[in-house]
Design a protein around this ligand. Structure first.
Ligand code: URA
Length: 267
């Protein structure tokens, strides 16, 4: 058999890009396979250390990631106690329970007017958002700006956030655990902004926030009640702008959804 020629650097990079690997997380490569055989850090550094008490604070800077249920409980407790959006942002900056934080460049908290009557919620930041620290600033963000503009809205009259505030590496889909860990934060954010209308952009945001099981084709354009605990907000799912960029024929339906939003806001 004739051996395959070794791939060029360009070919390797193209392969990684296609596989969703579009950023380096560290300066040096890490051999994760070698780590599997190595003893855990506690055994290497402190063999006689007493076991930790079960009730020790689970989400501490520098500690290994906590179990998902511990992280979810910790996120709920933290989010519940945030009295303002600024306090919530600070709390999320120091929260260590979501592994995405360690691969993202920065927290992408929100953009727009916290006093707005309308709030748009997407799925998770992408590369451009991770660089700028603001939601929806890339290609799909430009389309969202146009969509808002079509009904007379912009970033001074609307508030924009994501269910997940840290970019998943390579823009992969967030895991169900990551989504559940981040959910209390976006729920509290919605409660604190307290808009009259909530627009969920795309399926993940819709299913996570509105508890729907059907796909966006069935849920878009239908009004739902979103209960903050203190108040019921009218919520409308519509297509994610990234989806509209790929399937422009659905812009017609998105336009219908936007008109429904405008009608509620003016009523
Ligand atoms: N897609 C999202 O869901 N959110 C962003 O902020 C950008 C792209």
């Amino acid at each position: 058999m004739i051996p395959e020629p070794a791939p060029t650097v360009r070919e390797l990079l193209a392969f990684y890009l296609e596989a969703g690997v579009d950023c380096a997380l560290a300066e040096e490569p890490i051999d994760r396979l070698a780590e599997i055989d190595a003893p855990p850090p506690s055994a290497r550094t402190a063999p006689l250390e007493a076991p930790r008490p079960v009730a020790a604070p689970a989400v501490i800077r520098g500690e290994a990631a906590p179990a998902p249920d511990v992280a979810i409980a910790s996120a709920r407790e933290a989010a519940r106690t945030a009295p303002t959006l600024e306090a919530l942002r600070e709390l999320m900056q120091t929260f260590e329970g979501c592994a995405l934080k360690h691969t993202a460049t920065r927290l992408v908290f929100a953009d727009g007017n916290p006093k707005a009557r309308i709030m748009f919620v997407g799925e998770a930041p992408g590369r451009d958002e991770d660089i700028e620290g603001l939601p929806f600033v890339g290609r799909s963000g430009k389309l969202l700006d146009l969509m808002m503009g079509a009904i007379g809205l912009n970033r001074t009259t609307a508030y924009i956030a994501n269910v997940i505030p840290w970019r998943p590496p390579g823009n992969r889909t967030p895991t169900p655990q990551e989504t559940q860990i981040c959910l209390p934060f976006i729920q509290r954010q919605i409660e604190l902004v307290n808009p009259d209308v909530l627009v969920t952009l795309g399926n993940p945001s819709t299913q996570t926030l509105l508890g729907t099981r059907e796909g966006i084709m069935r849920t878009r354009g239908r009004w739902f009640d979103y209960d903050t605990g203190a108040r019921t907000i009218r919520a409308l799912p519509t297509f994610h702008p990234a989806y509209l960029l790929r399937s422009p024929s659905y812009k017609r339906l998105a336009w219908q959804d936007l008109r429904a939003v405008a009608k509620v806001l003016s009523g």
